[in-house]
Ligand binder design. Structure first.
Ligand code: FES
Length: 221
């Protein structure tokens, strides 16, 4: 080794050697801080636009679903608030028979010469459940003593009106041919035109009883 060689300063082993040639970068082509995420990818602005679009579509779908749920009937057939199919008129209780209670539908069914009535089982005074009293042939409320005929007409007591009713429909060949109607002075029950006609009760449609002053049975207790 020559003196010149001995005096030469050698680079430390960890010092990068500059060769003058460009050193290939080990980082991906993506530049940090730039909006570019790759030549074939999408940039940040596009990504945000897609995300907003997806969120908006999701919200719209959810809103549509909730609206659909709101518009749909909430009660199924055979549960209170829905329709009760009673079958053919021939299977109704005989005309003039004592009213029959339907606990699931919360009504008393009465079949008279006039037609078929479904009386809501709740007293029109303060909401107690009244009962049918065979011995006196009338409904009586155990709470404060209001009384009503089998037709639901007010007789006496603190109740302000006759009993409320659910709409009854008579259906022939899928067509409603008669339905409970409300007139100025009374409620007209539908009369089945034939024994084959189907009867149904709409427990989601209630007709309020007439004021007690209009009851034809008032004071007949
Ligand atoms: S709740 Fe029926 S008479 Fe009062």
């Amino acid at each position: 080794m020559t003196v010149a060689q001995r005096g030469a300063i050698r680079p430390a082993p960890w010092t990068p050697v500059r060769t003058g040639r460009p050193v290939p970068s080990t980082r991906p082509e993506t530049t940090q801080g730039s909006e570019e995420t790759g030549r074939e990818g999408i940039n940040r602005r596009e990504f945000l636009a897609y995300a907003w679009g997806a969120a908006l579509a999701l919200l719209t779908l959810e809103g549509g679903y909730l609206t659909f749920q709101f518009m749909m009937p909430r009660f199924r057939a055979g549960e209170f608030g829905g329709v009760f199919e009673l079958g053919p008129a021939a299977t109704l209780p005989p005309v003039g028979a004592v009213p029959q209670r339907n606990t699931q539908g919360r009504y008393w069914l009465y079949h008279s010469e006039e037609g078929v009535k479904a009386l809501y089982q709740v007293c029109t005074h303060l909401g107690c459940l009244y009962n049918w009293i065979d011995a006196r042939n009338r409904f009586e409320c155990p709470c404060h003593g209001s009384k009503f005929t089998a037709e639901g007409d007010y007789i006496e007591g603190p109740a302000p009106r006759s009993l409320d009713q659910f709409v009854v429909e008579v259906v022939v060949d899928g067509q409603v041919v008669a339905r409970t109607e409300e007139t100025d002075t009374r409620i007209v029950p539908p009369k089945p035109p034939s024994p084959d006609a189907q009867i149904r009760v709409q427990t989601g449609k209630k007709i309020l009883g007439k004021p007690r002053e209009l009851s034809p049975a008032r004071g007949q207790g």
